[in-house]
Design a binder for this molecule. Structure first.
Ligand code: HEC
Length: 191
């Protein structure tokens, strides 16, 4: 092998190494997990807990004729409805320094507290309800920046539809099975 060939091989090798190092450096994660992945993980955990509570606590207790879930659960000394269980646990989290927030929202809420916060939020929620897609954007709330993700919340059982359609506070009475009834909003602080 001539000295020229060795030189070319060496230069190519070193250039290749440098390129690889540069690429690796650029591609290395700098900020941990992408924020959408975090939102997806939170969504999965929240939904799993809500489903478990509904199926293995509420439905089981009712079937065994032990106790029902009712809206005025504190006064009635019954179980909270799944939507209330969800809200109460979210309140518990707020107390611990507001790491992130989540809530159920709807264009047709039984409880006015669950309306979208702004016109823009309402618009985002309408997209979610009409197209069944997840909506994502940056928002500002009480002077803080958040990444907002709204996941579709579907009527997965007859119970969802029956209760909402019959509820005196519900502005919509023609929900059908599998309809998107609202959204699960997750806010992750950006600072
Ligand atoms: C037994 C009655 C009942 C059942 C069953 C029920 N809900 Fe609700 N839901 C309520 C009540 C009452 C509220 C309002 C809770 C509050 O005070 O924030 C609510 C709140 C909600 C909200 C927030 C907007 C609003 O209407 O205030 C969504 C979204 C929602 N429910 C979806 C569902 C879905 C999806 C299911 C089935 C998986 C379901 N609900 C099952 C009674 C029910």
């Amino acid at each position: 092998m001539s000295r020229k060939t060795i030189l070319i091989a060496l230069t190519t090798g070193i250039l290749g190494l440098l390129c690889g190092w540069g690429l690796g450096f650029n591609m290395a994660p700098t900020n941990g997990l992408p924020i959408r992945v975090v939102a997806d993980y939170l969504h999965a955990v929240l939904q799993a807990d809500r489903t478990f509570y509904t199926q293995h606590v509420v439905e089981r207790m009712e079937a065994m004729l032990i106790v029902n879930a009712t809206e005025k659960w504190r006064e009635d000394r019954t179980l909270p409805l799944p939507a209330q269980f969800f809200k109460e646990s979210s309140r518990g989290l707020q107390v611990r320094g507001k790491p992130f927030r989540y809530r159920l929202i709807s264009i047709w809420p039984i409880n006015q507290e669950n309306e979208p916060e702004s016109e823009k939020d309402r618009h985002a929620l309408e997209q979610v309800v009409n197209f069944g897609e997840v909506a994502e954007r940056e928002i500002e709330l009480e002077g803080r920046k958040y990444h907002q993700t709204i996941f579709p919340d579907r009527a997965v059982s007859r119970a969802c539809v029956n209760c909402h359609n019959a509820h005196e506070g519900s502005p919509k009475r023609d929900f059908k099975l599998n309809d998107i009834m609202g959204g699960l909003e997750i806010l992750i602080p950006l600072e």
